[in-house]
Design a binder for this molecule. Structure first.
Ligand SMILES: NC(=O)c1ccc[n+]([C@@H]2O[C@H](COP(=O)([O-])OP(=O)(O)OC[C@H]3O[C@@H](n4cnc5c(N)ncnc54)[C@H](O)[C@@H]3O)[C@@H](O)[C@H]2O)c1
Length: 274
């Protein structure tokens, strides 16, 4: 129960890595504020997490014994994010950990110069400005209450390039930069900020994850072909599961990592070691 007494806010909690983080945090004794968008975005060419999926995550966490607040918010809206944080404070009094995980993988699938202004903007607005907005809303609470831990979910795309994913790659490199600067800003206040870079993650049906299917769609290949490409790319011959990423996220929000800040941790089956 490494998170007993903790209150952890997790964005993008309806499914995928966010759901896995919620389950692991609940099993470690945390109380949870679970956030996800309340409907699809017209600029994003696939379905996002639904309110029913967010409620399902919450139910699974309650079965683990967690107290859970569901607080829908689009991370593109500062007002919605601030309202979610306020609901969390009303319910639990504080927020001690943030897993800043909401993100989109498309529009993608073309050379950099072919993205429209709107396609470029939505990627940055959700993936990096969204994480900044949530950090901006949560940090005053952590400053008031004497510390905390923030995990910004980036990607191996925050470390290396991917062909036909320039917007996604740019957004995730920016998340790494945000993380390092924020770690320096808040180190004197005992607020740690770290980036987590998952590598080729398989879509786990138990988590309703979609991202590898989204990547395959963007590239015009099948899910199985995309998994084969991923497997070729890793030295371990095994893809990452969302729960593998969640284990690292839980460690980063727990006191076991109390001297870890400003760092970038890959969970990528060795992909970036080559
Ligand atoms: N799965 C992978 O292969 C992989 C690899 C590296 C990094 N990541 C990153 O991990 C994070 C989670 O991805 P995932 O694989 O679970 O994908 P996913 O699509 O299954 O889940 C992402 C969640 O974020 C939510 N979201 C999207 N836009 C939002 C918005 N504007 N406001 C609030 N919520 C929003 C979605 O509704 C969804 O529930 C993302 O930041 C992603 O970039 C994923």
């Amino acid at each position: 129960m490494r998170l007993r007494g903790s209150v952890v806010m997790i964005t993008g909690a309806a499914r995928g890595i966010g759901r896995a983080c919620a389950l692991r945090a609940a099993a470690e004794g945390a109380d949870l504020v679970l956030v996800d968008v309340d409907g699809d975005l017209s600029e994003v060419p696939y379905s996002l997490g639904s309110p029913a999926q967010l409620e399902h995550t919450a139910d699974l966490c309650r079965k683990e014994g967690a107290s859970v607040l569901v607080a829908p918010a689009d991370v593109r809206s500062a007002e919605a994010v601030e309202a979610a944080v306020e609901l969390g404070i009303d319910r639990f009094g504080t927020i001690t950990g943030l897993i800043n995980n909401a993100g989109i993988g498309a529009p993608s699938g073309k050379p950099a110069h072919e993205f429209t202004e709107q396609e470029w903007q939505v990627m940055l607005d959700v993936n990096v400005s969204g994480e900044w907005r949530v950090l901006k809303a949560v940090v005053p609470v952590m400053l008031r209450d004497g510390g905390g831990s923030i995990v910004n979910v980036a990607s191996t795309a925050g470390l290396v390039g991917y062909r036909h994913f320039a917007g996604y790659v740019a957004s995730k490199h920016a998340v790494v930069g945000l993380t390092k600067s924020a770690a320096l800003d808040y180190a004197p206040h005992d607020i740690r900020v770290n980036a987590l870079c998952p590598g080729p993650v398989r879509d786990d049906p138990a988590m309703d994850g979609q991202m590898t299917a989204v990547v395959a769609d963007a590239l015009g290949i099948s899910y199985d072909e995309q998994e084969a490409v991923y497997l070729e790319s890793v030295p371990t011959n095994a893809l990452v599961d969302p729960l593998d990423v969640a284990d690292a996220a839980v460690w980063l929000v727990s006191g076991e990592s109390r001297r870890v800040t400003g760092t970038v941790i890959t969970v990528d089956s060795g992909f970036t070691a080559r």
